[in-house]
Design a protein around this ligand. Structure first.
Ligand SMILES: [Zn+2]
Length: 129
């Protein structure tokens, strides 16, 4: 068997990578960790109302992977799968927060950059007005 057809399969589609990215886009890990795994939100997600737009009428939802399943058996077998276990392991690590990104950029609390830049610019705005 030679090369499978990979060229000329995206007729008139300019950015196929973006299309595939946005189509399968699920919730990010920090969204799941900080919002969905909260016990109150988790209970709400696991007991969703019947939604005819979602797979399996939105009755079989994996909170960790932010994914809907068609049947209860599919969800059960997903919980035993490698994909789900890997995801749980990723979720056990602390989420990347805004504070951490600011620390990486040198804008954290231990940094000594003056925070009066915003205040002084607003004073200029007042003077101009
Ligand atoms: Zn899962």
């Amino acid at each position: 068997m030679g090369r499978l057809r990979r060229s000329r399969v995206h007729n008139a589609r300019r950015d196929v990578h973006r299309a595939s990215r946005t189509r399968v886009r699920t919730r990010d890990l920090d969204q799941i960790q900080l919002i969905d795994l909260d016990p109150k939100n988790r209970a709400a997600l696991e007991a969703q109302a019947v939604d005819y737009e979602k797979p399996g009428l939105a009755q079989h939802y994996c909170v960790e992977c932010a994914k809907y399943y068609e049947t209860d058996a599919a969800l059960q077998s997903h919980w035993r799968s490698k994909v789900h276990k890997r995801r749980c392991k990723q979720l056990r690590e602390p989420a990347y927060t805004i504070e951490e990104s600011e620390r990486a950029a040198g804008l954290g609390r231990e940094g000594r950059r003056p925070t009066t830049v915003v205040g002084s610019s607003s004073e200029i705005m007042v003077d101009a007005a």
